[in-house]
Design a protein around this ligand. Sequence first.
Ligand SMILES: *[C@@H]1O[C@H](CO)[C@@H](O)[C@H](O)[C@H]1NC(C)=O
Ligand SMILES: *[C@@H]1O[C@H](CO)[C@@H](O)[C@H](O)[C@H]1NC(C)=O
Length: 661
Amino acid sequence: MIYLKMPFLMNVNSHKTVWLPTFLNILFCLGALASLTTYWLVTRPRPIQPPCDLQAQSISVQGDQSCRRSALLTDDNLLEFYYEDTKTVYDMFQRGLWIAGNGPCLGFRKPGEPYQWISYTEVAERAQVLGSGLLAKGCKPNPQQFVGIFAQNRPEWVIVELACYTFSMALVPLYDTLGLDAMVHILNLAEISMVICDKEDKAESLLKNKEKGVTPTLSCLVLFNPFSAALLERGRKCGVEILQLSQIMPPKPQDLAVVCFTSGTTGTNQFLSFYVAHLNPCSLLYCALSLSLLQVSMFCHGARVGFYQGDISLLMDDIKTLKPTFFPVVPRLLNRIYDKILGSVTSPLRRALLHYAVRRKQAELSSGVVRNNSMWDRLIFNKIQASLGGNLRFILTASAPISPTVLSFLRATLGCLIFEGYGQTECTAGCTFSMPGDWSAGHVGAPLPCAMVKLTDIPDMNYYAKNGEGEICIRGHSVFRGYLKDEERTGEALDADGWLHTGDVGQWLPNGTLRIVDRKKHIFKLSQGEYIAPEKIENVYTRCVPVLQVFVHGDSLQSYLIGVVVPDPEVFVDWAKERGIVGSYEELCQNPDVKKAVLEDMTAVGKEAGLKSFEQVKDFYLHPEMFSVSNGLLTPTLKSKRVDLRRVFSEQIAQMYKKMF
Ligand SMILES: *[C@@H]1O[C@H](CO)[C@@H](O)[C@H](O)[C@H]1NC(C)=O
Ligand SMILES: *[C@@H]1O[C@H](CO)[C@@H](O)[C@H](O)[C@H]1NC(C)=O
């Protein structure tokens, strides 16, 4: 202010000297100019310089328009490693250790307290000690050794992960949501003897299976938290040793004899490094999600990672305390934030102002400018930004599609970079990613430098690669090698040329970005020529109260559909009783009156949901046993294995079609 006023005051004092400023005046003038320029430079909205032409974000490979690679590459050779010396997860952590040393690595907090940090050095040390403890308990230092982990995301999780990588062992994460059958299936398939758990209840659920004799290989459980003597005793009885984490850490880490470094197990998520490369060592990742690959990329740059308290309802408080710069989320959380912002503005005037401000910021966004210091931010958005800690620079959303409305609304209000990615577990989580500088919504970005993406024909659904539409197929260093001990399913997902068939339907946009438009469905024709998408029909029928699972079948030789229905054991008996039919679950499955009542219910629900009459099943078989992963009728991601269902129920299917004639 002083610079601005002084020269003018001096000048107007004497009309003679207006055009002949003194030396001091010149100095003041220069000062004013300099500070104005600086102010303008600092506050001027600057577009983010995109790393490539946004109108050509991907490039066709060898003239094939349906097969494309990242425009960031100079040729068709895909990026394998971002740094020559970091080819494995282990290397990436070592790089972080080298950068950050005693700097903070993993953060956690107790309710109402600030975050506490464990340093890189300490994490590395603990991982070594824990790893050698695992070896002492009989684990072998090779990639065929699978160690289970059944715990919430917390610092110990990462330490266990690193411990495994340090000794070339492979980590097998278990989750509550897998369900009992899938969990048993995994433990047996990978012949897991050692599982590391956080709390007693998780250990108990594993012991229950061991007691039933369905997980014979399990022999040792390690818990993070203290546990009761009863648990120890229960384990002893069924032959499972139960230890606390501190018990398997030998006292002297320097006694270590063998250290085998992991070789080439996971060198594939370098694309993330590519994007977080310019984060400095003091960046924070707020880790409420299972994104261990992301964490690794953060470690690679010496960043620190903070964990939530384990309670999703305290998430907002954790964010405020941690003040993360980088926040990976699922779209559901962004939807919640969106609803909350809109819900907090009730008066029509303020609502109109909010929408006007959002439109102004969106106009800036379309010219590439992302900022949190415009007039609108100061007036309206800074308060919202502060509720997320006020330090956010990046948000990454993945794992499900996000609505373009929510995405562009939040880009405007949060004033930080929001990237969207697309991928599957089978391609190490990511294959396309929004290009920095392209803040438009409604697509999932261009292929990452580590992957090639092509579209293939789906004639049944009228998608053709020559029209730039088809099933999304991925090839590259990030694609998985196959399902463990399951050549058949591996063969279904990976073709002979190494392309992963995702089952998603995509469309190339003119600027080289990919849009997800559909999901490849199982489709067949009935004999009268009507197309049937059985999954859609099954989704409708599972809304019926007595129905737990349903498989809809038909083929081009038949003119109508039939099905296999598994009644819901929790409600089925009562549901039948309300209709005057008494019996056990199994008896009811045999009862023709029950079947008639279920069919009526399904037909009514189907009609209400708009199923056409040829889309309704005309008959079905009531099956008293759930489709599950362990009986081979569901995939590990809990989708129906249609080929197997058709084979297992072929007799019932044949009978039903015979009966109708
Ligand atoms: C605005 O963004 C910068 C970094 O880009 C950050 O340091 C600052 O805290 C942000 N301000 C608010 C209010 O979010
Ligand atoms: C890329 O194309 C899509 C669809 O035409 C459009 O919505 C988006 O704004 C484009 N991106 C850029 C940066 O022009």
